[in-house]
Design a protein around this ligand. Structure first.
Ligand code: NDP
Ligand code: 8X3
Length: 250
């Protein structure tokens, strides 16, 4: 049976790679993002099985309308990949821009919740479906400047586990995928388009790629129906943990 996949943030990075990975399998893919020109290009590349959709996940009414208005051949969504998200800034909390904080919370938490709420009832009704949320290692491990971004991803982790409890016995599966450093437009967005700063994040090390993350998502989605992958945490081999910082006197 070929899957119907709804992926948010499909204009770049993980989302575009997810669309490509599932389309290569013969899935029908709804590819949603604000930059509709990019998802249209993706659809032109991948063919009619990909439906480009202009969507800002922060717009609660637009999310509900978009899901309600899906053409019949895309409407019975099997896999929702809640991928749209971003980090803005890497400064300390005391200097942060509240608008950046609002945007991260509105996108990473509220947008994800809106998409889930719009698509989940159909999955429960059909007795099958899979919600795959993009968390991050930043939700588990604190780092300087991670403040609200890490907080939003901790929310995604816990929401995913709680969601799984709620859909217990319905046949619907829930997975939280929690990557570390992967080279996408993530750092470019975090540093407001400063390419040199973004490049510096990945200089001299080999980060994961969007295709690596898409592969893990595809793996979780194609495990047999009786298997639920709860959480996938993955890092570049070149990334691991650091000691606690200690502020010493004198
Ligand atoms: P990219 O910046 O390459 O892609 C982010 C995507 O999110 C874009 O397609 C963007 O599309 C979309 N997006 C942002 N805001 C909105 C919005 N309001 N409505 C709809 N779409 C939106 O980054 P990644 O692919 O790396 O990031 C994807 C997810 O993975 C994010 O949730 C990120 O937090 C997470 N992640 C990334 C890691 C990394 O190191 N790269 C590691 C761990 C997690 P558009 O601007 O067109 O709307
Ligand atoms: C992005 C991964 O380590 O840059 O979620 O915060 S990290």
């Amino acid at each position: 049976m070929s899957l119907i996949v709804f992926v948010t943030g499909a204009s770049s990075g993980f989302g575009a790679a997810v669309a490509r990975r599932f389309a290569a399998d013969g899935a029908r893919v709804v590819a949603a993002a604000r930059r509709v020109d990019r998802v249209r290009d993706l659809a032109a590349e991948l063919g009619a099985r990909v439906l480009p959709l202009a969507l800002d996940v922060r717009d609660r009414a637009a999310v509900a309308e978009a899901v309600a208005g899906l053409p019949e051949e895309f409407s019975a969504v099997d896999v929702l990949v809640n991928n749209a998200g971003l980090a803005l800034g890497l400064g300390p909390a005391q200097d942060a821009d509240l608008d950046d904080w609002d945007q991260m919370i509105d996108t990473n938490c509220k947008g994800l919740v809106y998409c889930t709420r719009a698509i989940l009832p159909g999955m429960v009704e059909r007795g099958r479906g899979h919600v795959i949320n993009l968390g991050s290692v930043a939700g588990a491990y604190p780092y300087p400047g991670g403040n609200v971004y890490g907080g939003t991803k901790a929310f995604v982790h816990q929401f995913s586990l709680n969601l799984r409890s709620d859909v217990h016995g319905t046949g619907v599966r829930v997975t939280c995928v929690e990557p570390g450093m992967a080279d996408t437009e993530f750092s470019l967005v975090r540093f407001s388009g400063d390419q040199a700063k973004a490049d510096n994040v990945y200089s001299g090390m080999r980060p994961m790629t969007a295709a690596d993350i898409a592969e893990s998502i595809h793996w979780a989605a194609t495990m047999p129906q009786h298997v639920n992958v709860n959480t996938i945490e993955l890092m570049a081999t070149a990334q691991s943990f650091a000691p606690f910082q200690v502020a010493r006197e004198g």
